[in-house]
Design a protein around this ligand. Structure first.
Ligand code: XMP
Length: 310
């Protein structure tokens, strides 16, 4: 595929679709939304407003880091604090699809709908990729960013049209586009991170305390595995507990799963054969976190597993 031509086609089609209107997009710092942000700005300049929704589900220091990075590329990003909205919407929910649905609804209706109305945006850009659509249509998982594909008319329900310039690409294609757009390797090669963020890595209820645990574990795993060639790596907090020993006493603690996978396009995946010493070190650091007394390494390929846990 000629990715240069792809970029040119997309820029032309974005310009003709949006015309003189205003558009808005949300940047999460992942590859897909980063590419959409740059593509959108190349096409529309000041007609596109980019926001970073701080949903409380992000990785450590992520909102500030991403805003700063894009400011350095000349793209202003507004940070919107919506932590309370998301945490309230997730309260008491344990079913994976209900959690995803709560995040979708909060994102589009409450936070984004309001912002779009405030700035008078008629268009919303989204970093949906082909794999998201296929898995949603196949009924495997309801990706948070699929609307039309699940029968929601965003114009009718939320008052804006959704544009998805990456919907014919898979992850490897998106990275090629990132390169063509001149994005730094820090973004172009960044491991995928899902839109519903750390909520996909908490089995059971998402609470502030549980988020803090998985956020700390994620920071450890990302730091330790940064130099691997893996497609993606993560920490997951299970809903179960296990008996352990803390300060010489019996303790019923939390369980963190570490996942590190090879994949080309996220449709299939296999566990990376990590060096034992590396695994031991991760285990040591993760079980030093407050309340965590077990650390497991997940060997399951996709299928039968998916990559994320909800
Ligand atoms: P699964 O868990 O479905 O993940 O095997 C496949 C790839 O997609 C990412 N993922 C998501 N990305 N919104 C996204 O933008 C989502 O709702 C979502 N769910 C999973 C996941 O991290 C993996 O790379």
């Amino acid at each position: 595929m000629d990715y240069k031509a792809f970029v040119e086609e997309q820029i032309a089609s974005i310009r003709s679709a949006v015309g003189d209107h205003l558009a808005i997009n949300a940047l999460s710092g992942g590859v897909d939304s980063s590419v959409v942000t740059v593509l959108g700005h190349r096409s529309l300049g000041k007609q596109l407003k980019t926001v970073f929704i701080e949903n409380g589900l992000m990785r450590k220091d992520e909102p500030e880091r991403v805003v700063k990075l894009f400011a350095g590329m000349g793209i202003p990003v507004q940070l919107v604090d919506a932590r309370a909205d998301f945490l309230n919407a997730l309260k008491g929910l344990t079913d994976p699809e209900e959690k995803r649905n709560a995040i979708t609804r909060t994102f589009y209706e409450k936070v984004f709908g309001k912002l779009a109305r405030e700035i008078g945006a008629g268009f919303l850009f989204h970093g949906t990729i082909l794999t998201d659509i296929e898995e949603t249509v196949a009924g495997i998982k309801r990706q948070h960013n699929i609307l039309a594909q699940v029968g929601i008319d965003p114009e009718k329900e939320y008052g804006y049209q959704v544009l998805e310039p990456l919907k014919t690409l898979r992850k490897d294609g998106v990275r090629e586009v990132a390169k063509v757009l001149g994005l730094p390797a820090e973004i172009a090669q960044r491991i995928p991170f899902p839109g519903p963020a750390l909520a996909t890595r908490i089995v059971g209820e998402v609470t502030e305390e549980r988020l803090a645990t998985v956020r700390d574990a994620t920071a450890i795993v990302e730091e330790e595995l940064r130099d691997t060639e893996a497609f993606q790596y993560m920490a997951v907090l299970l809903n179960d507990r296990a008996t352990g020993i803390m300060n010489g006493k019996r303790d019923f603690g939390q369980i963190i799963v570490v996942r590190c996978i090879h994949s080309v396009d996220a449709r299939t995946a296999t566990a990376v054969e990590l060096p034992w010493k590396k695994l031991q070190r991760i285990c040591e650091r993760v079980t030093a976190l407050k309340g965590v007394n077990r650390c497991l390494y997940d060997l399951t390929p996709k299928p039968p597993a998916t990559i994320e846990y909800i």
